[in-house]
Design a protein around this ligand. Structure first.
Ligand SMILES: NC(=O)N[C@@H](CC(=O)O)C(=O)O
Ligand SMILES: [Zn+2]
Ligand SMILES: [Zn+2]
Length: 429
């Protein structure tokens, strides 16, 4: 089966836009030709998509998402989460193990893969837990989890509190060539605080999460990564102090990589309008200074990639208020338009930088075959209308989650079609 995408605008190696026709054969990019003219030999039964001058990029890759299944299907399922991802232009997503049961056993890894296959939308790569039930007491069986298909180990949702436990995990992961992905949070410095330490917390009489609670784990883990030689990846970086430590570690050649979420690049605690839990996430929105540090770190490569940390919760759960509601916001369906509007339209970033941080860079960091437009690579593609402008309406989300702080934001650069392995899995209208 052949798929042809004509009139595509594609970023070349120099970050310049070029007109191309993309030929896909059996789910793989076959060739890319200059211009919009079709090759003469179009096989019978070929499907031709006219991109009409829209941007075509490698499919976005999101290495940090929560699909909630098994156990929390009222928040999201693998099917609804996959659809939401496709609608946001994502073709590969890596899901966190804080499900119920926790993905700490081979059966649950297999179940996630099976449900993803049934959904048949995007590539779903499962992470497995570092510790049983993410309780921080006993390591999981890394070899069995890898064998079942887990792509890395993480207790996301909670930090691994015990340094020896983390060191043992890293040593074993290193011996198997697997990465350790860390949610960095020292619980002794947090104690039930719902927002960041700062003006907002003071004003509303709330306990505050200090920056050190993240950075202490980052610093500790960098030392443990140096000692064990593991690939250590830092989740949702949000503080200036963590960035300082990561930058230094990279300079001396420690194998550390890092990710940042759109909300930590765009929002600070100053933007929180009031006690609305759609503004509650972990890590919390921090100071303007931290936001600027995150932006600069993504620009200079200290932070390697963008992830959404898509974290759907039900309206009932989020209605419990700032103190009691669970942490987390949805992310798939707003990620690209947010970053495009706030950073590319404003002239701060090139389009190429943004696209790379969501495609080639995550592929490089995690050793995936996708993330580029080249012959022989899986035909995972996103078509984007950079001119389309509309407001964020959570009621239209494919996700079950409506928990976003970006309601009514007017944004440009919406995906219009998503192709996975040469198959259109989502398209506008
Ligand atoms: N980010 C969040 O605020 N919440 C995540 C957990 C996590 O990513 O730590 C969740 O599972 O809801
Ligand atoms: Zn986390
Ligand atoms: Zn998460």
């Amino acid at each position: 089966m052949q798929l042809i995408i004509r009139n595509a605008k594609v970023l070349n190696e120099n970050g310049q836009l070029e007109n191309k026709t993309i030929y896909v054969q059996n789910g793989v990019i076959d060739k890319m030709e200059d211009g919009a003219d079709l090759d003469v030999d179009i096989a019978a039964g070929s499907k031709v998509i006219d991109a009409a001058g829209k941007l075509v990029t490698p499919g976005f890759i999101d290495m940090h998402v929560h699909l909630r299944e098994p156990g929390f299907e009222h928040k999201e399922t693998i099917e609804t989460g996959s659809r939401s991802a496709a609608k946001g232009g994502f073709t590969t997503i890596a899901c966190m193990p804080n499900t119920r049961p926790v993905t700490d056993n081979p059966e649950t890894v297999k179940l996630v893969q099976e449900k993803a296959r049934e959904a048949g939308l995007v590539n779903v790569l499962p992470y497995a837990a570092i510790t049983k039930s993410e309780l921080g007491r006993e390591l999981t069986d890394f070899a069995a989890l890898k064998e079942a298909g887990a792509i890395g180990f993480t207790d996301d949702g909670v930090g691994v509190q015990n340094a020896q436990m983390m060191k043992d995990a890293m040593r074993i992961a290193a011996s198997m060539g697997m990465p350790v992905i860390a949610h960095c949070e020292d619980n002794s410095l947090v104690e039930g605080a719902p927002v960041a330490e700062g003006e907002f917390a003071r004003k509303h009489g709330l306990k505050g999460i200090p920056n050190e609670s993240e950075a202490i784990h980052v610093g500790r883990d960098i030392l443990l990564a140096e000692a064990t030689g593991v690939h250590y990846h830092v989740c949702h970086v949000s503080t200036e102090q963590s960035i300082r430590l990561i930058r230094q570690a990279k300079e001396i050649g420690i194998h550390v990589t890092a990710e940042v979420c759109p909300h930590h690049l765009i929002l600070s605690e100053d933007d929180i309008p009031g006690l609305d839990a759609n503004w509650k996430m972990n890590p919390p929105l921090r100071s303007k200074r931290d936001v600027e540090a995150c932006i600069q770190a993504l620009e200079d490569g200290t932070i390697d990639i963008v992830v959404t940390d898509h974290a759907p919760h039900s309206a009932e759960e989020k209605a419990k208020g700032m103190q009691l509601a669970p942490f987390g916001i949805v992310g798939f369906e707003t990620a690209f338009p947010l970053l495009y509007t706030k950073f590319v339209e404003t002239g701060r970033w090139s389009l190429d930088l943004l696209v790379r941080r969501m495609t080639a860079d995550p592929a490089r960091v995690f050793g995936l075959a996708s993330g580029k437009l080249e012959a022989g690579v899986p035909a995972d593609l996103t078509i984007i209308d950079l001119e389309q402008e509309r407001s964020v309406d959570p009621e239209t989300f494919a996700s079950k989650g409506r928990n976003t702080p970006f309601t009514d934001w007017k944004l440009k650069g919406w995906p219009t079609a998503t192709i996975v392995g040469g198959k259109v899995v989502w398209s506008e209208a």
